[in-house]
Every structure is written in C-alpha cells, then in structure tokens.
Ligand binder design. Structure first.
Ligand code: FAD
Length: 480
C-alpha cells in the first residue's frame, strides 16, 4: 500500500508545485535553477510547447550535453525572473536517414556525436571534422563551432548543408544550401539563439582510414626557438595537433616547471588495410602515458577523436582556446607563454597540478559567428587559423583555485585580442564584450536581425548572449 501511495503523492505534489530542475554543465561549475526539464517526444510536441510558452513569454534554454566551460547553456535562474524558465533537450528526436546519392545524412537533434559516428561506420560512412572527444550532442557541438585540426579541414559546422528549426512561436523553418544559402551561414553556428534546431543534414564520406603518427619532442625554455620548430612542423604536416609544452606545478618554488618533452600527432591518408588500432591508445585525453613514439591506423573519426571510453581526465580545469590567423603563430605563441609566466606569482590558490599548451590549425569559413570567420581578413592572409589552447588542471576540485585560474585566463583576450585578431571559442570562457565581438564578427548585425525575427520576445536569450552579442533589446526582459 505504501508503495502505491508515495508515487501518487509525488504526482500530486508535481501537479501543484511544479518540478524545479537544476542544470549543471559537465564539470558542475556552471549551474542554474529552472522550473523544469522539458524533453519533447518529437518535433511537433516541441512546436506546441513553444506555441504555449510564447503566450507566457517563458525563458527557454535549449541544451545539448553541457560539455563546455562557459555560460552558453546557463538558463535564466528562477530567482531572477517572474516568468517560467525551462531547460529544453531534444534528446528524444532520434530519426536518421542516409542519402547515398548526395552523400548526406539527415538526423534528429537527439543524436550524440559518438552514436552518430557508430551508425555512420556501420553504414560504411565517416565524418572527419570532429573535436578531440565524441561525448557532445551533435547539434550542440556544431552550434558552437567545435573543431579538430587541419589547415585543409573546417570545423564541424562547415559540413552542415541543411536544417529544420523552430522559432519561439513554434513555427518551422527549413534552411538549406540550395534555397537559402546565405541564411544557412547564420544557422550553422547559432549558439542556441536562433531557435530549436530539430534536424540537421551533414555531408559525409565513404569510410576511409588514416595513419596517425605520434612523436616525442624536446621542450626548451627558449620559447621562440621551440615555437619556431613547431611552426616548421606545421609546414610539413597539414593535419597535426601539438600537445605541449607541458608544465608541472612545483609547490615548493610556487612556479611552473617545464617538462623536458612534449608530443605531436599528425594524420595522413593511407592505403593500409590491416587491424584498426588507434582506439587502443586514448592517451590524448589523460588516459595513460602519451609521451611515446607510436604509429597507429584507424577509421578517420576514431583516429582523430576519442569515444567516451577514452576520456579519463575529469578534474576541474580552466581553459582558454583562442583562434588567430596562422601567420601569427610563432609570435603569438611566444608572447602568450611569456604573459602566462608573468601571471604565475599571482597563482596563490592551492591544488594546481599541470598546465598544458596545445596547438591546432583550422581552415577559415564563412559562418557568421564562426570563430574562424574570414570576413575581416586582408588579402594577404592564407585564411588558415592557428588555435592555441591553454589548460590549467587541478589535482583536486577546488572552486577557489578554479575561479582564480579562470580570472587569470580571462586576461589573455584583452592583452592579445587586437594584436593578433583573436577570437575565442564560444564555449570556452569567452570573456569579450559586444564591441570587440562586432569587430571580429562583421556579420553580427545580420545574425542579430535573424535572432530578432526568430525570437521577438527574447525567450532564447540569456545574460551571456546579451553581453557577448550586445542584444540590448533583451537586457531588461530577462529580469522582468
Ligand atoms: C573536455 C572538453 C574537451 C573539448 N574539446 C573540444 C575540441 O577538441 N574542439 C572544440 O572545438 N571544442 C571542444 N570542446 C567544446 C565542446 O565541443 C563544445 O562546447 C560543444 O558545443 C559542446 O557540445 P554539447 O552538446 O555539450 O552542447 P552544450 O554545451 O549543451 O550546448 C552548446 C550550444 O548549443 C546549443 N544547442 C544545443 N542543442 C541545440 C539545438 N537542438 N538547437 C539549437 N541550439 C542547440 C546550446 O544552446 C548552446 O548554445 C571541449 C569541451 C570539453 C569540456
């Protein structure tokens, strides 16, 4: 009897008081209180939810898997607003259709990257523009411009050829590269600000294998020399990630000590047909010993990216990821490193463990909000961007240390933004303001015009978007 009464009571309580839902990102440091977590069964349920909420002006934050470092997925906290505030996930939208004639795959917003990759592989197809991990929701990853490495490889969003999106009134728009190619440039990287993308169509290739070579390299505190060697390696390998230099925290000296070696991996086409073995070595994500020379072969997505089983590092970490024209690589890398060293005496919080620099290359593109958009580049530019990431890893999940490291990390953009035409990853602590963003993203006004059309009442907007994109028409609405 008791067993029956309790669920009934919970249903009644839910009906009377609603069901608050607290949202967290992957490392639990980005959080907000919403009124409920909504996961519509299909596109038409999502549309009718939006239609209902439009009348109420409810605040709606559509999320993927929360695998970011910034406030893109932070809902407007219920303590701040009288309007309902919801987290919406389209995880139930799991349809999929392969078109072999034009080599595209159309799929619902519920597909995570890993699952989609497995499905593609089972059908002899590959997607080769992935980031280092496969744990994101596919549309969540595309919507922030997630990328891997390669001067001839674009970010994930460059492979999008069409999509279906619901605006705040629940009306459906179909955008594709044949009927509205210009508008697709706004929707490819939309930061959740242009509506709920319910379905996406991407280009794919017949499955192919690549050879991955990893080499251990010697580090030196003559940074100009070390980065000269790295810049030279990039001339030899167009698809390469450099993991390093690495520094370890010396708690006695209260300083970073450079590790004597670091490593680089590069990928190239191969006609190899033997055992596929890159997934046996996931070291790049903190699993095991990475600093060793090795060669492996695998299907391209498994060779360039790690499935969830290959993600081992889960301690708190702060991170910046900055994109700048590749021509600046040597100078920018040296100055970023020296600037970091000038910050070290202020790193007083405990539990620092390791600091890792990482370098990648990325082909520029024309999505309005792409961090590697080429709109403000001069004719002398190659159109290729260097990507510099710095990770500050902790030995223990301590908020004081995390916040101190984040504060210091935010000093890099004001310091180098103008000098090197820097743009930040949208989901990795992007501390710019809208004046700066307008300079680096000249198509921002066009994006904002579409944003207003898709969301006239500001229901898809949060504080982060207001501040970063300068959506001033929405600033009051959020706290009303
Ligand atoms: C450990 C780690 C490693 C990473 N490595 C890389 C890397 O190698 N390269 C790289 O570029 N990035 C990397 N990232 C960043 C990550 O790929 C991006 O932050 C990505 O956007 C996260 O995807 P998600 O599904 O978790 O999306 P979320 O963070 O949940 O959402 C991202 C954005 O997508 C929007 N969105 C989600 N679903 C929809 C939808 N259906 N319709 C409309 N908008 C939607 C959200 O509103 C939000 O604006 C890494 C992040 C972490 C934590």
């Amino acid at each position: 009897m008791v067993g029956l009464k309790l669920p009934l009571l919970l249903v009644l309580l839910h009906a009377v008081f609603g069901s608050a839902y607290r949202w967290f990102n992957w490392q639990f440091e980005v959080t907000c209180e919403s009124d409920a977590y909504i996961a519509p069964e299909d596109e038409s349920a999502a549309a009718s939810f939006l239609r209902d909420q439009y009348a109420r002006g409810s605040l709606i934050k559509v999320v993927g898997n929360g695998h970011g470092f910034g406030n893109l997925t932070t809902c407007v906290d219920t303590a701040r607003t009288k309007k309902p505030s919801y987290i919406v996930s389209l995880t139930n939208l799991k349809h999929l259709d392969i078109n072999r004639e034009d080599m595209t795959v159309t799929f619902g917003a519920g597909w995570d990257v890993y699952d989609l990759i497995q499905e593609l592989k089972a059908n002899g197809l590959s997607f080769n523009n992935l980031g280092v991990e496969q744990v994101q929701n596919f549309i969540g990853a595309v919507s922030t411009g997630t990328h891997g490495t390669g001067s001839l490889v674009g970010n994930m969003a460059t492979q999008v050829v069409g999509l279906r999106v619901l605006d705040s009134q629940g009306s459906l728009r179909v955008i594709d590269q044949t009927t509205n190619a210009e508008e697709l440039k706004a929707f490819r990287i939309s930061l959740g600000a242009l509506g709920l993308i319910t379905e996406m169509t991407i280009k794919v290739h017949p499955t192919y294998l690549v050879k991955k070579t990893t080499r251990v390299l010697n580090a030196t505190t003559d940074y100009a020399q070390m980065y000269k060697e790295i810049a030279q390696l990039y001339k030899e390998h167009d698809r390469m990630t450099v993991w390093g230099p690495h520094f370890d925290w010396d708690s006695k000296a209260q300083d970073w000590a450079i590790e004597p070696t670091y490593f680089a991996s590069w990928w190239e086409p191969t006609n190899y047909t033997g055992v596929r073995n890159c997934t046996l070595n996931y070291c790049a994500n903190g699993c095991g010993d990475c600093k060793k020379n090795y060669i492996c072969y695998d299907e391209v997505s498994d060779a360039v990216s790690c499935g969830p089983e290959g993600v081992c590092t889960h301690q708190f970490y702060a991170e910046i990821e900055h994109f700048f024209p590749a021509e600046y690589l040597l100078e920018a890398a040296t100055n970023y490193t020296l600037f970091q060293q000038s910050q070290t005496p202020r790193m007083k919080a405990p539990y620092n463990e390791q600091m890792v620099f990482q370098f990648r290359m990325l082909k520029g593109d024309d999505a309005y909000l792409s961090p590697v958009n080429t709109y403000n580049l001069g004719p002398e530019s190659s159109g290729v961007f260097a990507v510099l990431e710095i990770d500050w890893m902790q030995e223990y999940n301590n908020f004081t240390t995390l916040w101190q490291n984040q504060e210091l990390a935010e000093e890099f953009l004001p310091r180098f933004g103008e000098a090197y035409n820097v743009r930040s990853h949208w989901n990795k602590m992007s501390p710019a303001n809208s004046t700066y963003i307008l300079e680096k993203f000249p198509k921002l006004p066009e994006f904002l015009a579409i944003q207003e059309r898709q969301d006239p009442k500001c229901q898809f907007v949060n504080d982060f978007l207001v501040q970063q994109l300068g959506i001033t028409r929405c600033s009051d609405y959020l706290s009303m």
